[in-house]
Design a protein around this ligand. Structure first.
Ligand code: NAP
Length: 273
């Protein structure tokens, strides 16, 4: 019997997940398919009930439902509970179990490069949903301190509080000043949407050095202005597509129970850019 998977969110037309997962299914000859299913804000309960009705095997969750979906789970894994958001759900005959693969998906490219997080000072620019998963990831890796810079200071404050709850020292800095002190951080992560479509820099880059690890989670375009600038200043760079790919691979592995085909997924993803 064909197993059907989905990604739910709104907007959803732009999602790269159907291409990624369908490529993996085809590559491994699995009788599975993956669709994009638009569920507008406020219609999550009815939308998930419909997915159960068609016997969905599992689904990814994206904006604006990652937090709200927690309410509809029968069980949530530890990472999910820590972050308070889910991006991957398994349906076992109507029993829904949630996971969060954003946290380990974020860490994976750092680990691939064998870069040590332990004891590091980190600057996270942004304080939205993705930044929360990133803070949970850095906390898991026992960094020394997480500094948050965000356009809306109240959101930065909330995220710093979350980091402290996870046992990590945390403070915030004015986003206009964050670039001035960039050289005091080992990691500089852009978790805002600035840089999308090649527009703008989230912070000033003049003090990024060759000792910095600059990680931009924006993946469209591949070479964001921040990545371009950091490359010129000889920093170690990590691309947003690497996180996107890693979190998708982890979802695949939860659903299918075998390793995801890295090359097939990577080629599909980069082909889409
Ligand atoms: P979100 O919850 O809506 O948060 C957006 C963040 O960007 C907030 O901190 C917001 O600041 C900031 N922001 C938005 N416009 C800004 C502007 N013009 N100037 C300064 N700051 C601005 O979104 P999210 O889910 O965290 O996603 C953030 C970005 O990460 C998106 O581009 C998304 O595509 C990308 N992402 C990538 C991956 C991946 O796998 N690579 C995964 C998840 C997300 P305020 O608090 O002031 O509004």
């Amino acid at each position: 019997m064909t197993r059907t998977f989905a990604v739910i969110g709104d907007p959803i037309d732009h999602s790269l997940s159907p291409a990624l997962h369908n490529a993996s299914f085809a590559f491994l000859g699995l009788d599975c398919t993956y669709i994009a299913y638009r569920i507008p804000k406020g219609e999550l309960d009815a939308g998930v009930a419909d997915l159960k009705k068609i016997g969905i095997a599992g689904f990814n969750v994206t904006i604006p439902h990652k937090v709200d979906m927690m309410r509809l789970l029968d069980e949530a894994d530890e990472v999910c509970k820590t972050v308070g958001a889910t991006n991957t759900v398994v349906n076992m005959d109507g029993y829904l179990k949630g996971y969060n693969t954003d946290v380990d998906g974020f860490l994976e490219p750092i680990k691939n490069r064998k870069i040590d997080c332990r004891g590091a000072d980190v600057l996270v620019v942004g304080a939205g949903g993705a930044a929360r998963a990133i803070v949970a990831g850095f906390a898991k890796e026992k960094v020394h301190k997480i500094t948050i810079a965000n356009r809306t200071p109240q959101n930065a404050e909330r995220l710093a509080k979350f980091a402290k709850q996870l046992g990590i020292e945390s403070d915030q800095v004015d986003i206009a000043r964050a670039g001035d002190i960039a050289s005091s951080f080992k990691f500089i992560v852009n978790a805002t949407s600035v840089g999308l479509k090649g527009m703008g820099l989230p912070i000033s880059t003049k003090n990024i050095t060759r000792d910095s690890v600059v990680y931009d989670i924006v993946y469209m375009p591949v070479e964001t202005p921040l990545i371009q600038q950091a490359k010129e200043q000889r920093a170690t760079i990590i691309y947003g597509w690497e996180m996107l790919l890693a979190q998708a691979m982890k979802s695949f592995e939860i659903w299918i129970g075998r390793p995801a085909p890295y090359e097939a997924m990577k080629l599909t993803l980069l082909g889409r850019f």
